[in-house]
Design a protein around this ligand. Structure first.
Ligand code: NAP
Length: 284
């Protein structure tokens, strides 16, 4: 069993981004990320703080817009429009979830695709589908980096993704497919899930249920990537995989915390850098 160290890989990605941002800085180009948070969801506040901290680490400017929970959809749309037009803002991130009275899709669709560093806009989703993309969705892109870290080639492997959300499961499957994996997507209606997952050379769990993947569900030697971020009864952060039960059987496994989570933020930094390069006409 080998533990894939997301902290180490994310530090490497951020250091590459920092170096490239410094090169842009020498050309007089600064990189800016706008982070919008609506309401006072404590988990969202932690994520936003972590993103601002990462911006500081890699030498980006970050602009926080913390709006009250009563903000109307029109007010939020007006802010997005203002940020779309703001030259010092290269990337726009609207922290989800939004309060229930705001239509998340309307907000995502209003973000300029060139500044959509989460890669949630339908234009960018389409590009990912075709395989011709500038921005990769941060969490699945981070998972691909972690798989690459194992040295295992995805090509021809049986890859199983548990979960089919627009932000994780679906793009995850597409990225594995682009690397020529043989991909199976599973979800809550999948029959006999364990018989599918136990065929997986590479298993990605994005379910949102603590300890959902147990040792009997994995193939000996499999790469097991845990996207889940859940709180157990004691309030401790834990993944979708029963780490203690699976770690001896898996070939490679990611921990929670310290696996996929740090990668998501590192990939957000990389996307923001890419946005700045494209907007300044210096994308190689
Ligand atoms: P989501 O939108 O709730 O999707 C969960 C998926 O799991 C759904 O497709 C659902 O199937 C499937 N599922 C639920 N119960 C199942 C079951 N019994 N068997 C098989 N599939 C089942 O969640 P998400 O946004 O994708 O997030 C998933 C997890 O990843 C969460 O813990 C979230 O916090 C975490 N996450 C982590 C990061 C990170 O940076 N590390 C980023 C994003 C998300 P149906 O579609 O049939 O309902």
């Amino acid at each position: 069993m080998n533990i894939i160290d997301g902290k180490k890989v994310s530090a490497r990605v951020k250091s590459e981004v920092r170096e490239e941002a410094a090169v842009l800085g020498q050309k007089g180009i600064s990189v800016g990320l706008a982070v919008v948070i609506v309401g006072d969801n404590p988990a969202s506040r932690v994520y936003v703080n972590n993103k601002k901290k990462a911006c500081a680490e890699v030498g980006f400017e970050s602009y926080e817009y913390a709006l009250p929970a009563e903000t109307t959809q029109d007010e939020l749309l007006a802010l997005v429009k203002k940020l779309n037009d703001d030259k010092k803002v290269n990337g726009i991130l609207v922290q989800l979830p939004l309060p229930k009275h705001i239509d998340e899709n309307a907000i995502i669709n209003a973000i300029s695709p060139d500044k959509d560093v989460d890669a949630f806009h339908p234009t960018n989703v389409g590009h990912i589908m075709i395989g011709d993309f500038s921005f990769l969705p941060c969490t699945p892109a981070g998972v691909m980096e972690l798989i690459a870290e194992t040295g295992i080639d995805v090509c021809g492997k049986n890859c199983v993704v548990i979960g089919r959300s627009n932000i994780v499961g679906k793009p995850m499957a597409m990225l594995l497919l682009h690397k020529n994996g043989t991909v199976t997507m599973t979800h809550s209606r999948t029959k006999d899930l364990a018989s599918v997952t136990s065929q997986a050379d590479i298993l990605v769990a994005a379910v949102g249920k603590a300890g959902f993947v147990t040792a009997d569900m994995i193939k000996p030697g499999a790469v097991v990537i845990d996207v889940g971020m859940n709180r157990n009864a004691e309030g401790k952060l834990c993944g979708d995989v029963d780490f203690d039960g699976c770690c001896e059987k898996a070939g490679y496994i990611t921990p929670v915390p310290g696996g996929v989570g740090p990668m998501t933020i590192a990939m957000l930094m990389r996307n923001t850098l890419t946005a700045a390069k494209i907007q300044n006409g210096c994308k190689d």
